[in-house]
Design a protein around this ligand. Structure first.
Ligand SMILES: Nc1ncnc2c1ncn2[C@@H]1O[C@H](COP(=O)(O)OP(=O)(O)OP(=O)(O)O)[C@@H](O)[C@H]1O
Ligand SMILES: [Mg+2]
Length: 280
């Protein structure tokens, strides 16, 4: 593998064949107020249908913000985002977001949580239960369908959140560090499972992680962000076939490249956060 980064042409026309197209996307939280805070700037990025793209970057560089914008939960303050050629203006069941923190409804059973989006959509109860059972089976939790979230471990709850997203059969999965809380073995199983799901369903995945190993295992391309305001520093294609041997020379080389690309940005982000803390 030649570990080279690719420069994106921001003038590339938006194609309706691409799952996501971001052009000049920026986000200033609380824009126009004295609390205004620039999280993202000038993001140009396309995600092809069926592509698995991993976002890597220092804490606070705007990765979650970008997922919220693509999900349609927040509007960018500059630029435009399209989903299969149409501007993103609001959330859609075709774009499922799995949050960084697990967010199950504690008063609903696991099965009802998984079927929640389907009930909003008006699917009949039997179809909802069947879809919930199937999605839970995929994450190895079929037996937990009638339990309450507080009866599950943190890792199990996160798997339920994944099942809830899958039950909607979305065209795009937006995943915000979904496996960060899992033990190493469960995490590896969930990664395999996610690759199977994305390959079988043809869904595109935009996946945030702090783990370079996870990025190397999963990605078709890795997008490395700068420190805040997050800009794209590098886009690194990962052409190796899967499953990938993490100790294969190409994977080791890629890990080194990503570690180098991240290091200076993480240092910058820390320096900025310390400076902010010092000024109160
Ligand atoms: N709702 C909000 N209101 C105001 N500022 C916000 C909001 N959400 C995030 N921010 C700020 O925007 C910046 C980017 O935050 P974001 O959560 O997108 O970062 P991140 O890259 O996901 O970080 P991490 O890796 O720690 O999850 C941060 O400085 C954060 O404080
Ligand atoms: Mg985040």
């Amino acid at each position: 593998m030649e570990a080279c980064s690719v420069v994106f042409d921001p003038h590339r026309p938006v194609s309706s064949a691409d799952a996501v197209a971001c052009r000049g996307v920026g986000k200033i939280w609380a824009a126009g107020t004295e609390r205004a805070h620039e999280a993202l700037a000038g993001i140009d990025l396309d995600v092809a249908a069926g592509e698995f793209v991993v976002l890597l970057g220092p804490s606070g560089c705007g990765k979650s913000t970008l997922l919220y914008l693509i999900a349609g939960l927040e509007a960018p303050t500059s630029g435009e985002i399209c989903f299969f050629g149409d501007p993103v203006e609001r959330p859609s069941p075709d774009r499922s977001l799995i949050f960084q923190e697990t967010s199950l409804f504690p008063w609903l059973s696991v099965g009802q949580n998984v079927a929640f989006g389907l009930s909003i959509r008006g699917d009949p109860p039997e179809a909802r239960r069947a879809a919930a059972r199937e999605a839970l089976a995929r994450v190895g939790l079929a037996a937990a369908i009638d339990k309450r979230p507080d009866e599950l471990s943190g890792g199990m709850r996160q798997r339920v959140a994944v099942a809830r997203a899958l039950a909607m059969r979305p065209k795009l999965l937006l995943m915000d560090e979904p496996f960060a809380a899992l033990d190493v073995q469960t995490r590896a199983k969930m990664q395999d499972f996610l690759l199977d799901v994305s390959q079988a369903s043809g869904a595109s995945v935009l996946f945030v992680t702090h783990s370079i190993d996870e990025a190397v295992a999963l990605a078709d391309r890795v997008v490395v962000f700068t420190a805040r305001p997050g800009r794209i520093k590098e886009i690194v294609p990962v052409p190796m076939p899967r499953p990938r041997d993490p100790f294969a020379p190409d994977c080791v080389k890629l890990r080194r490249l990503l570690t180098e690309a991240l290091r200076s940005e993480v240092d910058r982000a820390f320096a900025e956060q310390e400076a902010l803390a010092a000024t109160g």
